[in-house]
Write a protein that binds this ligand. Structure first.
Ligand code: ADP
Ligand code: MG
Length: 188
């Protein structure tokens, strides 16, 4: 099945998640991520601002800041992204595509980020990811080694196997409301 068809199908299903389910399952998935050794070890993490029933990230942000970690959010810059540090969520303002972006100027280079929580339309058991079709994360993460790449999504966004191309960057960890997938351990 082409990427475009899978995107449409999964987005259509995610759209019908109720506000209650979205909140409940977002909390479950975030709690799972917060309990990982990777999160505990990370001194600086990048999150994303959720749009249209994307899994929330606020709890991770609050807990990371509470633990004294550095937290950054992406800001579109041309056809790339900059990760800009925030002190709290009020520093996020509407930006490109109507997504909340950091308003500050403290750009953290990828090399300083120990964990990047990557948004996506779908993820698979091998760490494959389908984004919205613009390739933003593939382009920036392709350039150099970043820290742990974590796909965060609702269970309904997790597929056994997605079509991936050579430019698609693989996740090290996929976290849903039901489980954690560590692709390197499930690879054939
Ligand atoms: P998404 O990851 O958002 O689902 P795709 O993987 O289909 O989207 O990528 C969309 C487009 O982004 C690709 O067709 C390609 O033109 C561009 N792209 C992705 N990664 C790179 C890269 N590393 N270098 C240059 N262009 C890229
Ligand atoms: Mg891609």
């Amino acid at each position: 099945m082409p990427k475009k068809t899978i995107r449409e199908q999964i987005l259509a299903r995610r759209k019908y998640l109720s506000a209650e389910a979205c909140l409940r399952d977002s909390l479950r998935a975030q709690d799972r991520l917060l309990a990982t050794a990777e999160f505990a070890a990370a001194a600086a993490i990048a999150l994303y601002s959720p749009i249209s029933n994307e899994l929330f990230t606020e709890e991770i942000c609050h807990e990371a800041l509470r633990q004294g970690k550095r937290v950054a959010y992406p800001r579109v810059a041309g056809d790339g992204l900059n990760f800009v540090e925030v002190g709290d969520l009020t520093e996020l303002v509407p930006g490109a595509f109507g997504i909340l972006e950091p308003s500050g100027s403290r750009v953290l280079p990828l090399s300083r980020l120990d964990m990047i929580v990557v948004p996506g339309v779908a993820f698979d058991l091998l760490g494959g990811r389908l984004g919205y079709g613009k390739g933003f994360y593939d382009r920036i993460l392709h350039q150099q080694d970043a820290g742990w790449l974590v796909g965060l999504c609702f269970e309904l966004q997790l597929a056994d196997r997605l079509p991936t191309e050579t430019h698609d960057v693989l996740m090290d960890l996929v976290v849903t409301d039901r489980r954690i997938v560590r692709p390197s351990k499930t690879c054939p």
